[in-house]
Design a protein around this ligand. Structure first.
Ligand code: CDP
Length: 233
């Protein structure tokens, strides 16, 4: 999985991200939206609301609720994915909602909901991070007040070496994966999952890679909003 000179199969250094391109406002009928091309991943996020919370049972007297859906398109991977939600997509929707609830100023919209739809068009590892990052930009594009934008990125270990932003092969055959959701301004953590085992030292290295990359990705997110709205967004 690693070349003799320490580079990875796709030529990246261990601490190098895949290429990331972000565009805000790609779904004209939505209140906010974003497209994130991250390596060969492609995600679109669309935000609708705030609107009255329906069904009534999800409504909260004192705050808004986030209704987040993550879905992989049937054509997003080579083996066709059965349309509709499954355990994995529900879990990712839930952890994404939890992460976003840490930053959206929910108390401003009692008895309301904001719908966040994340559609993965092409999936090559790290799609929960790509989707969460896209959703953050879409919420900002919709003008939803937030204390910060969540930046999400994963690091992991391949052949005993900690690497940033695993690609598909590294994700499939690597030893561990550590996706995180980070608030770039404060360095706070709002989401963390771990697949596989990491020693305390490797965990720290993966953590540091993610924290460093979050700043880099945040700049791309801000630039996408600035390109749409002008100034420094
Ligand atoms: O995408 P992410 O790394 O957040 O989640 P994962 O469950 O670790 O999936 C890793 C990759 O496996 C995805 O990005 C897809 O490329 C692939 N996958 C798939 O081919 N079929 C599925 N039903 C789920 C995932």
């Amino acid at each position: 999985m690693l070349n003799e000179d320490g580079t990875r199969m796709d030529g990246r250094r261990p601490d190098e991200l895949r290429k990331i391109e972000i565009e805000a406002g790609v779904v004209p009928v939505a209140d906010g939206s974003a497209r994130v091309q991250w390596g060969t991943n492609l995600a679109i996020a669309a935000v609708y609301g705030p609107m009255e919370a329906h069904p009534r049972k999800i409504s909260r007297q004192d705050r808004c609720v986030l209704d987040v859906r993550y879905n992989m398109a049937p054509f997003s991977v080579t083996d066709r994915i059965r349309p509709g939600f499954n355990r994995r997509s529900r879990e990712i929707g839930k952890v994404t909602a939890n992460a976003l609830e840490s930053v959206v100023q929910l108390e401003l919209y009692p008895r309301s909901k904001i719908r966040v739809e994340i559609e993965i068009m092409c999936a090559e590892a790290g799609t929960r991070c790509v989707g969460l990052t896209a959703a953050s930009v879409a919420l900002a594009d919709a003008g939803i007040p937030m204390t910060d934008m969540v930046v999400s990125v994963a690091s992991g270990r391949v052949n005993g070496v900690v690497v940033l932003d695993l690609n598909k092969e590294e994700d499939n055959y690597g030893d561990a994966d550590l996706p995180m959701g980070i608030l770039p301004n404060s360095g706070e953590l709002v989401f963390l999952q771990m697949d596989g085992d990491l020693s305390p030292e490797d965990f720290q290295e993966a953590w540091d890679y993610n924290m460093g990359a979050a700043k880099e990705i945040h700049e791309i997110m801000v630039a996408a909003l600035a390109a749409r709205y002008g100034g420094d967004a």
